[in-house]
Design a binder for this molecule. Structure first.
Ligand SMILES: Cc1ncc(COP(=O)(O)O)c(C=O)c1O
Length: 418
């Protein structure tokens, strides 16, 4: 197989980790005549077990050996002279911002999506009776920060049921809920339940026209497909590093549009958030979203996240999105019409991406999930939210057409046997 040489400088690394031999770490070069070889080469970068087949990137995405090596190397180096490595955050922020179509001063690192969502929910100036609209399929990491504000500040939560027929249908459902008290609209860019993709640019336009803050929970979109925040036009976007981006666990970030920075009151601040040479006095916040980063951070984790982003760029963001979509559509189509199986993921191409969710007419989610794992070696994710009683599969760079075919065969067997 052809592999990148000097072009992958900084990514290619040694063949052993702590004395354990690992696969060659140079990312493969794409040959349109042999795409399967490319994906096999990508798979070799991930120290994932083959059994069970990992189909839960939407829950937690594995990191490549390149990323793990980076975390280990940076952390070890910093520990040798016990330095924080805080100076590594700025270049990582630049890498991350360029990847998301943002400016470095519009981005801060967080521990996960939930933290980014929480900064927005707690930081916006909202009064009792002000309303926030979001979808009923929101993950607890997206809904709880607002339910908390409902409890703490009397914010009113208004939910809408996602429309599976069209992007316009979702816009209409949001539009119908808007009132003079609506201050915030939030959607999951991609729902964690059935992988529905919301039309975020159109929602941003709707919100902007009404002077409503638009926040995106991007846990499932960052790294699943290209995201250009400047083009979308949202006010804020929270994301996880440890899902589709393939970053280390406990990494994430929050984007706040430059001209909206002051609208989000910092809820957690400290060293690196601002300046105050002497007490008593008034702190002067730094003029960037990084004011929401405070105290000692793991520079190794952040460097690992930047490495994960570089790998995605090298593999090709459009190519990654197309691959995930191809496998998800394969399963979608392969299960259509199977007696006893209902595919819950929307059919229109504009409403779906790299995840497919399906329900068994007779088997509970837990039973189907357990069956797929134990009998067929497939690690999926049960979807119990909103009583959906279904199972979700996520397809990313290390998954193959053969694995998608295995999913189809296994679910067909479940339809027969359960
Ligand atoms: C839509 C959505 N939001 C938030 C989260 C929580 O992410 P994190 O664990 O990074 O906070 C998830 C996790 O699956 C999710 O799917």
């Amino acid at each position: 197989m052809r592999r990148l040489g000097a072009g992958a400088a900084g990514l290619a690394a040694a063949g052993t980790v702590r004395g354990i031999a690992v696969a060659p770490l140079a990312p493969p070069v794409f040959d349109p005549a042999r795409p399967e070889l490319f994906w096999e080469g990508v798979r070799a970068l991930f120290p994932l077990f083959d059994d069970p087949v990992y189909l839960n990137t939407g829950g937690l995405g594995p990191a490549s050996q390149l990323v793990l090596n980076k975390v280990t190397a940076v952390s070890a180096r910093l520990q040798q002279h016990s330095e924080t490595g805080h100076d590594l955050l700025a270049p990582a922020r630049e890498t991350m911002a360029a990847f998301l179509g943002a400016r470095p001063d519009e981005l801060c690192f967080t521990r996960n999506t939930t933290e980014g969502n929480s900064i927005i929910a707690a930081g916006l100036a909202l009064a009792a009776g002000d309303e926030v609209i979001f979808e009923s399929h929101a993950h607890p990491g997206g809904s709880f920060p607002w339910l908390n504000q409902a409890r703490q500040r009397g914010v009113v939560v208004k939910l809408f049921e996602p429309d599976h027929a069209s992007a316009e249908g979702n816009l209409a459902r949001i539009r119908d809920l808007i009132s003079p008290r609506t201050k915030v609209i939030q959607v999951s860019h991609v729902t964690c339940t059935d992988g529905l993709v919301f039309p975020v640019a159109a929602i941003a336009e709707l919100a902007r026209a009404r002077g409503i803050w638009f926040h995106i929970d991007g846990a499932q979109s960052a790294g699943m497909f290209p995201v250009d925040l400047a083009a979308i036009g949202c006010d804020s976007y929270a994301f996880s590093g440890h899902k589709w981006l393939g970053g280390p666990h406990e990494t994430g970030g929050l984007f706040i549009r430059r001209d909206r920075l002051e609208a989000v009151a910092p809820t957690g601040i400290g060293a690196y958030s601002g300046e105050l040479p002497h007490l008593p006095g008034e702190i002067k916040y730094f003029g960037a979203a990084s004011r929401h980063e405070y105290g000692t951070r793991s520079a190794g984790l952040v460097a690992g996240l930047a490495e994960a982003v570089r790998l995605q760029e090298l593999l090709g963001r459009d190519r990654i999105a197309a691959h995930g979509r191809e496998l998800a559509v394969m399963v979608h189509d392969g299960l259509a019409g199977v007696d006893g199986i209902a595919v819950l993921t929307p059919q229109p191409a504009e409403l779906r991406a790299s995840m497919t969710t399906f329900r068994h007419a007779r088997a509970e989610a837990a039973k189907l999930f357990g069956y797929l794992w134990k009998e067929h070696g497939l690690r999926c994710r049960p979807v119990t939210e909103q009583g959906l009683n279904a199972v979700r599969v996520s397809f990313h760079v290390f998954n193959s057409r053969a694995e998608a075919a295995r999913v189809i065969a296994a679910v067909r067997a479940a339809a027969r046997d359960l």
